[in-house]
Design a protein around this ligand. Structure first.
Ligand SMILES: [Zn+2]
Length: 161
């Protein structure tokens, strides 16, 4: 079992401490393209991770600023899971991944960059992706790749159902 290894995330964790405000609340209130929001639901929304483990790495967050997983109400918890499933369908349509990792990083020790607004990760996986992922860290390529990925996933988002 290979470990995901993403050195640029160290920069992200350091930057998250210095940032003014919560990136999820800023995204919730902000512009889709600027904040990399892919889809907005009723109580939750989906955005691209700016510092991804893999191309197409999505995060699903409640609109409310909730720091505890147990603080989500039943409607929020259900919608986050439904949006994660829709996100996998959009990823399949756009990029055809071979698998996914879905999960919650709760607490800084568990790898959470943002600890006070819970969010679920949806990470698409391909065979050998630990080998090509470092390429994504190229700062010259990444912003355009993110904008294009956001556009593709937003355009290919499935109808709710
Ligand atoms: Zn927040």
């Amino acid at each position: 079992m290979k470990q995901l290894w993403a050195p640029w995330r160290l920069e992200y964790v350091a930057a998250a401490d210095e940032q003014e405000g919560c990136v999820f609340c800023l995204a919730e209130a902000g512009d889709d393209e600027e904040r990399l929001v892919v889809h907005r639901g009723e109580r939750a929304f989906v955005l691209l991770n700016k510092f991804p483990y893999a191309s197409g790495h999505l995060m699903v967050a409640p609109k409310r600023h909730v720091g505890e997983l147990g603080g989500l109400d039943a409607d929020e918890a259900l919608e986050i899971h439904r949006l994660a499933v829709q996100g996998m369908a959009a990823l399949m349509e756009a990029f055809g991944p071979q698998g996914y990792n879905l999960g919650w990083n709760l607490g800084r020790i568990a790898g959470a960059g943002i600890v006070d607004h819970v969010h679920m990760h949806v990470v698409p996986r391909w065979a050998g992706d630990t080998n090509f992922m470092p390429v994504l860290a190229d700062v010259k390529v990444l912003p355009e790749a993110l904008a294009e990925t956001r556009r593709k996933l937003a355009a290919g988002w499935p109808l709710a159902g």
